[in-house]
Design a binder for this molecule. Structure first.
Ligand SMILES: NC(=O)c1ccc[n+]([C@@H]2O[C@H](COP(=O)([O-])OP(=O)(O)OC[C@H]3O[C@@H](n4cnc5c(N)ncnc54)[C@H](O)[C@@H]3O)[C@@H](O)[C@H]2O)c1
Ligand SMILES: Nc1ncnc2c1ncn2[C@@H]1O[C@H](COP(=O)(O)OP(=O)(O)OP(=O)(O)O)[C@@H](O)[C@H]1O
Length: 528
């Protein structure tokens, strides 16, 4: 391409006129502002020769000052245009997400049963639609004041084409989620209400709420997800599959790898079902009533990542593998104490892509991290909250974490630990934690759960950034690309061992040894 066309294409004809032929300085300024695409030109002998051949004119310094100003204006305009585009793309992505949610919901209406509340406050079923499990707040509407409703009653299912074995799946088990409070029954339906009576703002009494899942029809299908390369997990998995089939007559799904492992042990396990490719995994939520994970936190993250929409209740079993029969028995009978763990929905918005080319959303249970990857440059990330500029992160990167993820990477980067039920209880929900910020005053933030965050790699960034999702699936973000995050509509219900609070405290005491210190002896100097 001729050099003049190259410049015109990037700066526009107007900018070329402003430049007035001072290409050498233009290059310096553009490089100064991070437009490194021009570096090859700057280095080209031809350009250097041209600069050398420019005749010196009088008042050159004035011209240079004037020219610098003009170039700054040009680069500012370019930057604003790019930001405007990213913001519009982010908005388009958000609308697309909302549209898809609505569409999904309409589809569900066709084959769902809506619980309605009669005059006594009892939950009945009727033949019009009810949304799939959503945030507690939205779900509460359909169950009146009686609790959080999260029914999924689906049409009778034919034999699935991808099942290895013929199954008679009838209806997916339905359940109801309710607030319950220890002790008093009448305390169940208290909500944190802000009242504006007579100009005075007050909050109503708060109750200690635990979400409880009550099966309305018995669960029939269990998906078991097992950590790979662990002999103890393999043994437990085989035992559990046998017990669930023989004693509870349940349909059992496992991953293809696990089915192969089971079959290599014995052809007895022929009844175990699996899927063939990823497309079929996306339909799992329509079939599975309960997910059992055999492994640690990573296996729960793995399980959640398999569900891009509604997630069935997950029972994490490193819980108490010795007592798995007793534990599963009580879970299958219910009611179960549940922690509703919220997820973040993330979109990568490419600067170069049109609004129709955006990549699909990725849901994270712990966090999304934007960091410098293998680059040795300081990361520069412009952060916007609902399109208001928050800050520019200059450091190793940034973590956007859920409350569940607050005890993981975000904690290591200095973020607070937050009770996972906090979002449901209407306290802030997205942790904004910098990684090694090169600043003395960059403290972690906690933002409300309703905001949309946009993390943008500036056009003048020296290098690329990398996004990773629950520690996996690294994606490169080039200058101009952005990551857009908001709270996802589908939380992950996990079964508690005790209740949300005791589980949370146990995990920070046992798992993280939080505030463990040798107890001070009592036989020292006393306060007089
Ligand atoms: N510096 C760090 O602390 C650091 C660095 C990278 C990733 N991580 C975390 O690892 C997670 C991925 O986990 P993995 O098991 O797939 O990878 P992994 O096998 O590398 O294990 C990471 C560790 O983090 C623990 N962990 C994961 N989620 C947790 C949570 N919510 N609360 C407390 N501990 C938790 C796991 O038990 C495990 O010990 C990421 O989501 C991230 O939070 C932490
Ligand atoms: N079914 C699976 N298929 C593939 N990878 C899996 C599966 N389950 C877990 N993993 C991966 O294995 C890794 C370790 O999982 P997990 O944290 O459960 O193990 P762990 O040894 O119990 O760790 P910790 O005790 O630190 O929590 C994670 O990175 C997770 O993504």
């Amino acid at each position: 391409m001729p050099e003049s066309s190259y410049w015109e294409e990037r700066l526009g004809r107007g900018a070329m006129e402003v430049c007035g032929g001072w290409k050498g300085n233009a290059l310096d300024l553009l490089q100064e502002n991070g437009y490194t695409n021009f570096l090859p030109l700057a280095n080209s002998e031809k350009v250097l020769k041209e600069i050398g051949e420019q005749p010196l004119v009088e008042g050159i310094e004035d011209h240079l000052v004037e020219f610098s100003e003009a170039m700054r204006t040009v680069s500012k305009v370019l930057r604003q245009a790019a930001e405007g585009k990213a913001s519009a793309q982010a908005e388009a992505t958000e609308w697309k997400r909302k549209y898809e949610m609505e569409r999904e919901r309409s589809l569900q209406l066709e084959h769902k049963v809506l619980p309605s509340v009669d005059h006594k406050g009892n939950c009945n079923e009727q033949k019009v639609g009810n949304p799939m499990p959503e945030t507690a707040e939205k779900s509460q509407r359909c169950c009146g004041e009686n609790g959080i409703c999260s029914h999924e009653v689906l049409r009778d299912r034919e034999k699935d084409s991808y099942s290895n074995v013929q199954t008679k799946l009838t209806k997916k088990a339905s359940f109801k989620l309710q607030w319950c409070s220890k002790g008093k029954k009448d305390d169940q339906h208290k909500h944190d209400i802000v009242s504006f009576e007579k100009g005075n703002i007050t909050t109503a009494a708060r109750s200690s709420k635990q979400i409880s899942l009550k099966w309305e029809s018995p669960p029939q299908t269990v998906l078991i997800l097992a950590k790979p390369n662990s002999t103890s997990v393999k043994i437990l998995c085989a035992e559990m599959v046998r017990w669930l089939k023989e004693k509870r007559k349940l349909n059992i799904y496992v991953e293809p790898r696990v089915r192969t492992e089971l079959l290599s042990e014995s052809s007895y396990y022929n009844f175990v079902q699996t899927w063939k490719d990823d497309k079929e995994i996306w339909r799992l939520h329509e079939i599975v009533d309960l997910v059992v994970t055999l492994g640690g936190d990573g296996t729960v993250l793995w399980a959640a990542s398999k569900f891009k929409g509604p997630v069935p209740p997950i029972v994490p079993f490193s819980l108490d593998s010795e007592r798995y029969r007793e534990c599963l028995k009580s879970i299958l009978e219910g009611p179960i104490s549940i922690t509703l763990r919220h997820r973040l929905q993330c979109h990568v918005v490419r600067d170069a892509a049109s609004e129709f080319e955006n990549e699909g959303p990725i849901l994270v249970l712990n966090e999304v991290t934007v960091d410098r990857g293998i680059s040795s440059f300081l990361t520069n990330l412009d952060c916007y909250c609902d399109n208001s500029f928050v800050t520019c992160v200059q450091g190793d990167g940034l973590i956007l974490s859920t409350t569940s993820g607050s005890t993981a990477y975000s904690l290591a980067a200095g973020g607070s630990m937050v009770h996972p039920q906090a979002v449901v209880q209407k306290v802030p929900g997205i942790l904004f934690t910098p990684i090694c910020p090169h600043s003395l005053s960059f403290r972690p933030l906690i933002l409300p759960e309703h905001v949309t965050l946009r993390i943008q790699v500036p056009l003048n960034s020296r290098g690329n950034a990398w996004a990773s999702f629950d520690g996996k699936d690294r994606k490169q973000l080039a200058p101009g690309d952005a990551l857009v995050c908001s709270m996802a509509a589908w939380p992950v219900p996990t079964a508690c061992q005790g209740d949300s609070t005791s589980d949370f405290l146990n995990s920070i005491h046992d798992g993280l040894h939080w505030n463990l210190r040798k107890t001070q002896s009592f036989d020292g100097p006393q306060e007089s």
